[in-house]
Write a protein of this length. Structure first.
Length: 303
């Protein structure tokens, strides 16, 4: 069975229960949440998140919380060597985020590795590893799934080698895994569209496929190697439906949660519509729908 879902919202008052309901409405069997807004670190108390109610509803629909992915907020940057106060805050926040993830029961928490903001990749990799060595504990259940990045700005993680360097410098490296984002690695220069098996071979050689625990499935608005990170709806970008469909159904990735982070559809920013019900249906049927965006806009439903 393919594990296929999307990013869903999590907000008061329904919290995780609301996230589960949204995922079910897309006919998803996995999903990804931020435990609060991705642009900040304000978080609600664990006992207000309606975790037990969420797990009960998931059980009714055959979903398992261990297949759920949590995403750390974008603003956490363990790679910044210039602002010690920010580094200490990131360690404190991520320590609490691990507590929240374990309380929810997720097995994986995706995290952007960080950015060197001018100090250079080597300094940032050392700093990220230092931070992870302070954050990770033997007692935690969730793994931190370092995400492959597109290479924009001073991002760390634009190559498999950079992620491998972080992992090899972390003492409790068994608590680390990897999230592979199809748009990101395409924009970083990997041949996702033309030779994904080569990409997997490179990943296995440099990091090891046993560390790959989450797939973010996104098309890209940009040509290969653009280093820009602009997601596109499935089949309407430079990677294309055939390549992404093959990744979804790749036998070596069958057991991994695949998470869509594709753009909402619509010209009016206040009335954009989620594409996930339609994209999930299309990928389950393994047939590209050239009228997908029109169907989403018109709420035509799925057959």
């Amino acid at each position: 069975m393919v594990l296929l879902g999307s990013h869903v919202s999590m907000s008061a008052p329904h919290s995780v229960l609301g996230s589960v309901k949204e995922a079910i409405s897309y006919n998803a069997n996995t999903f990804m949440i931020y435990t609060g807004a991705p642009q900040n670190t304000r978080r609600r108390a664990i006992d207000t998140l309606k975790i037990d109610e969420a797990k009960a509803l998931m059980a009714e629909h055959g979903l398992d919380m261990k297949d759920t992915v949590i995403h750390a907020p974008y603003i956490v940057n363990l790679g910044n060597t210039f602002k010690p106060d920010n580094f200490e805050f990131a360690i404190e926040f991520m320590t609490e985020e691990i507590r929240r993830a374990d309380a929810i029961g997720a097995a994986q928490m995706t995290m952007h590795p960080g950015a060197h903001v001018g100090a250079g990749p080597e300094a940032a990799i050392d700093k990220i590893a230092e931070g992870l060595n302070r954050i990770l504990t033997k007692e935690q259940n969730v793994q931190i799934a370092l995400e492959t990045m597109a290479g924009k700005g001073t991002e760390i993680g634009r190559s498999f080698e950079e992620l491998a360097q972080i992992i090899e410098r972390v003492d409790l490296c068994e608590k680390l895994s990897v999230t592979l984002d199809t748009c990101h690695i395409h924009d970083a220069g990997y041949p996702v569209r033309d030779d994904f098996d080569f990409v997997l071979e490179e990943f296995d050689r440099i990091i090891g496929l046993d560390r790959l625990k989450v797939i973010h499935v996104n098309d890209s608005k940009n040509p290969q190697g653009a280093a820009k990170d602009r997601h596109e709806n499935i089949g309407f970008g430079e990677i294309g439906f055939d390549a992404l469909n093959a990744i979804i159904h790749h036998p070596k990735l069958a057991h991994l949660p695949k998470i869509l982070e594709t753009p909402f559809v619509g010209e009016d920013k206040k009335n954009k519509k989620a594409p996930y019900l339609y994209e999930i249906d299309m990928l389950k049927k393994q047939t590209f729908n050239p009228h997908l965006l029109e169907n989403i806009l018109n709420d035509t439903g799925i057959e």
